[in-house]
Write a protein that binds this ligand. Structure first.
Ligand SMILES: [Fe+2]
Length: 235
């Protein structure tokens, strides 16, 4: 029986490492052809993520950094499943997110955007997928922010995602966007994703998961490989 082999470096799915409109790729993209290293002992005996315990509010960014009140902005639920190419769930995946606050400001020393920090919002969270591959975060809808890529450059609203499988060599990184964002067409980072992959990094509004009188919900399933794989910026 023939074995299907998916190329994790498939440039028809994942963003190119060199995308000149995204200027920092010019400096960091490899200038030589990539070498695929064979997997070895380091994948087998490297650091692993086991049954460590997560904090009770690690998945709830509206609570995990509270100092003196609720964070400002629009509360949202961001949830979905991590799946393989056959739609089967991937349990025990560590899902980490980081994002700007509602005003479009990160808690980071190099973020000089003249927008307020929120003393009650750190913008980071993590959870682990359950046996159904399901994850769920509560957070604040991130604001757009300017960046220095070109004149009047603004990032669309987005949340950064990192996934760790069973060990530290199995990390995948991507970004989740919001439906209908007018900035998507102007954003070189989003546009660096090949056209057929762009819908796969845009979440869908999920009325069924919305919590009445509390929060809207967005669904973002992450598919690890195959023809519908989620585009990843770091593989
Ligand atoms: Fe960002």
């Amino acid at each position: 029986m023939a074995q299907l082999i998916y190329n994790s470096l498939d440039s028809s799915v994942h963003p190119s490492k060199l995308y000149p409109d995204y200027k920092s790729t010019i400096l960091r993209a490899p200038s030589q052809p990539m070498i695929v290293l064979p997997q070895g002992l380091s994948e087998m005996n490297g650091p692993v993520f086991g049954d460590y315990s997560l904090g009770a509010f690690d998945h709830d960014l509206t609570k995990n950094a509270v100092v003196n009140g609720d964070p400002l902005g629009e509360r949202i639920v961001v949830h979905g499943k991590v799946l393989n190419e056959n739609g089967q769930p991937i349990p025990n995946t560590l899902v980490e997110i980081w994002q700007a606050n509602a005003a479009g400001r990160y808690v980071h020393k190099v973020d000089k955007h003249e927008a307020p920090l929120d003393p009650n919002f750190l913008g980071t969270g993590r959870c682990r997928t359950d046996k159904e591959g399901y994850y769920c975060f509560y957070t604040i809808k991130p604001g757009a922010y300017p960046w220095g890529n070109h004149f009047n450059a603004w990032r669309p609203n987005h949340i950064h995602f990192s996934l760790f499988g069973p060990n530290i060599t199995t990390r995948l990184v991507t970004q989740m966007y919001f439906p209908g964002d007018p900035l998507l067409q102007y954003d070189p980072i989003f546009q660096s994703v090949p056209e057929k992959g762009r819908p796969l990094v845009i979440s869908s509004f999920d009325l069924d998961r919305t919590e009445p009188d509390f929060a809207l919900a967005y669904r973002f399933d992450i598919i690890l490989r195959g023809p519908s794989t989620t585009p990843f910026e770091k593989l």
